[in-house]
Ligand binder design. Sequence first.
Ligand code: DAH
Length: 343
Amino acid sequence: MTKEEWLSKLFQIEHYFDTIKNSYPKSDIRDIFLGKKGELTLLLKKISEIPVEHRKEVGLKGNELKKMIEEFVTEDYENVSEVLNEIDITLPSKKINFSFRHPITITLSKIIESFKKLGFSLEWGPLVEEDFYNFKALNFPDHHPARDMQDTFYIDGLFDSEGKNLILRTHTSPVQIRTMLKYKPPLRVISPGRVFRSEAVDATHSFVFNQIEGFYVDSKVNMCDLKWALENFIKDLFGNSAKIKFMPSYFPFVEPGAQVEVSCVFCSGRNINCKVCKGVGWLEMLGAGIIHPNVLKNCGYDPYQWSGFAFGAGIERFTMLLFGIDDLRTLYENDLRILRQVV
Ligand code: DAH
């Protein structure tokens, strides 16, 4: 090997080192250049092939590069050990705060999981809604007194095709109409989301809250199907000892309509002084019923061929019971010191 060949090889190795030094761990760089079969190690061995009078010169250049690579691969190790000498590694580390899901989200996931097992699929509806979907098609004609139960917010300057103001939806029931108009039966659907009412905020009320709607349309769907599905859901959520009972109630879009009550999850009706059920033993949890024939007709379904059940529930109410929260506002203020205690 001539002196020139040797120096040109050295130059190539230096160039190679510059190119890759920051792309690999330092231990790899050490192996590639200075290891037993490292590029530079092998070249340095070949010095013996060079005529004696040039050996000193190339040896100096080779050693220069070797020193540079050695310094590069040991640099950080030295820094780390210096730092480690200065700090007390036995001190406890800073507490890491892991994130967690909001109690409403946890509750909603549990509800969705329960209905998914029965083959229900998810649909979503808009929060800004037309009078037709929120009221009219659900069998609340204009000026019907049942509209009073759901006073809402009207959007200034935005109108539907009938010239009525757009509104913020008061319940998730309009998704029934939207879905029935979009698909053909049979349908098994749940639809969660935010709803709005013109209400003052207190421990059990808010102007914005979450509901979940569910409905099943097929031939010959009846009250027994409804009761079975809801019982299954309530047991999934609160355990096998939970019971449900149906009380007659009125909603324009179902007939018959029911208020569904669940045995008190805290005292099971055994404590007259129970703060949650006020000693009654039952908690009003959701509205439900058999879809009114007018609603089916409004969606183009023949009520003699198709029937269905529907239910609607407030998600916050379930969340409060599942997590033992007694003030709705806790869920919206998002004070982590409090939420951490319940989740
Ligand atoms: N939409 C009703 C409300 O917000 C709740 C409800 C009651 C939904 C009965 C239903 C139902 O689907 O069948 O007050």
